[in-house]
Ligand binder design. Sequence first.
Ligand SMILES: Cc1cc2nc3c(=O)[nH]c(=O)nc-3n(C[C@H](O)[C@H](O)[C@H](O)COP(=O)(O)OP(=O)(O)OC[C@H]3O[C@@H](n4cnc5c(N)ncnc54)[C@H](O)[C@@H]3O)c2cc1C
Length: 504
Amino acid sequence: MKTSNETKEKVVVIGGGVAGLSAGVYALKAGFEVEIYEKNKIPGGECIGWNRKGYHIDNCIHWLTGTRKGTELYDVWKTVGALTDETEYAPLDAFYTSTYNGERATLWNDLKKTEEELIKLSPEDEDEIKKFIRYVEYSKQCLFPAAKPMEMWGIRDYIRMGINMKDFPKVMKEFGKISLEDYSKRFKSPLLQKLMCDYLPKSYCAYSFLVSYATMADGNGNIPMGASLQMSLRMEKKFKELGGVIHYGCGVNKINIEKKMATGIELEDGSFVKADYVIPTVDTGLLFGKFLSKDYMPKELKTAYENEKAYPATSGFQVAFAVDKNFNRSGEMSETVFIDIEPIKVGNRSFDRMYVKAYGYDPVCVKDDKQVIQTCITQTDEDYYFWKSLSKEEYEKVKTALANEVAKHIEKAFPEIKDSMEYLDAWTPLTYERYCNAYHGSYMSFVTTPYGKQIKMKGQLKGIKNLYVAGQWTNSPGGLPVAVASGKFAVQRILKKQHRDINI
Ligand SMILES: Cc1cc2nc3c(=O)[nH]c(=O)nc-3n(C[C@H](O)[C@H](O)[C@H](O)COP(=O)(O)OP(=O)(O)OC[C@H]3O[C@@H](n4cnc5c(N)ncnc54)[C@H](O)[C@@H]3O)c2cc1C
């Protein structure tokens, strides 16, 4: 590290999403000069929202892990300015509701209430329901470790984890190698089978679902009021307050490597920015192949890109509408409701389930007497290829036709909103590809399935001494916790290399 009399060492961060802003804040706290280069006009990357016809469409947070004070992840969210002790959260008391054949089942945050309701719905599944609830309870012990990267853990850290997570190995043993689809078959009730498979892609390892539900049930997975974009803007504010500079509309083309050192970045306009350290936070599909030669790609990532079945990418076909603001505000079910629909072909596959999420809990998504509702039909690699194969005209035509079909399904399931329903927007995997350069339009990292190993990158690449990779793709299945922690970890790795204190 140069002394205070010399100019500070410069960290250049590529990407102004959650990982990039986090890396920026932590690098400033560590005393570096920091510049972020972002191709878009606003911060946030995937964690944003946009306006249509005066309504706000929230693109991202369905639940934010790490909202409980006292957890390591909460400290990270607080440090980067995303959350404060005054942050208010959506007053929601359930994860979601699944409906089927006129019946409905809800995963309440209150596990006892869920257990009682599910047993009432399907007494013949009592043992399996009780087991599910017991294992969700165990899963509450699975807290995201965000104090430092695991390669810096000492024996005491492992002992502490062993004590705090003493029951979690049981979850991994039982649910670590079984897909949600296979797990759901343990229930006799078709409604409960749907409930288990509705939220995450069916190929996900079942434990991911249990941990997600446990996070909500434990009060550690909330939705900050004000929606996703506001959270990203709070991070940007913190970064700027600490003296960081962020360049918008500045796409990066390449990272320059000379004699095993990243000397800086080349922008799309051809100019060059020198750096002492480079932290790329973009998609690894873009990093290796465009910014850097594919030869630098770690073996485990290469395996993932070459095996779509074991490492699928997830995206969505999404539609937003404005409807009566009283819709689904009675508290009898959650604000996210899955419904059965006549099969609809989206991309290359057919779907018979769809959800409707009502955003009326947040005034940001309410205008006059209407609120925003959104729906998402999960898309994967083969659907991406379908969208990609269309011409511009075909794409618009297919998108509009599907949005109309989706509207009809919603009207049929909820006739009470038929008259108030107003179309706002529809978007596809290609939207995320265009906006964030997301691989196959995926807004999470690779899905963790029973057929592939979880990706866990240490951030450094063989053959480059001063480059530290961050972003959600460093650790599958990605998501906001991985993104924010990866920014911090990249800076801690630099500090470790410099033999400095990593506690920032
Ligand atoms: C619909 C949806 C729902 C989601 N729900 C949740 C949820 O409930 N909970 C959760 O934890 N996560 C959720 N996520 C995922 C979450 O948004 C992402 O995991 C997270 O935002 C990824 O952050 P990142 O910084 O790693 O990547 P990104 O957000 O992709 O940031 C990368 C940045 O790099 C920029 N960039 C790309 N190419 C270039 C270039 N050439 N030059 C310069 N900059 C470039 C991009 O514009 C972008 O800003 C959701 C995402 C979506 C879209």
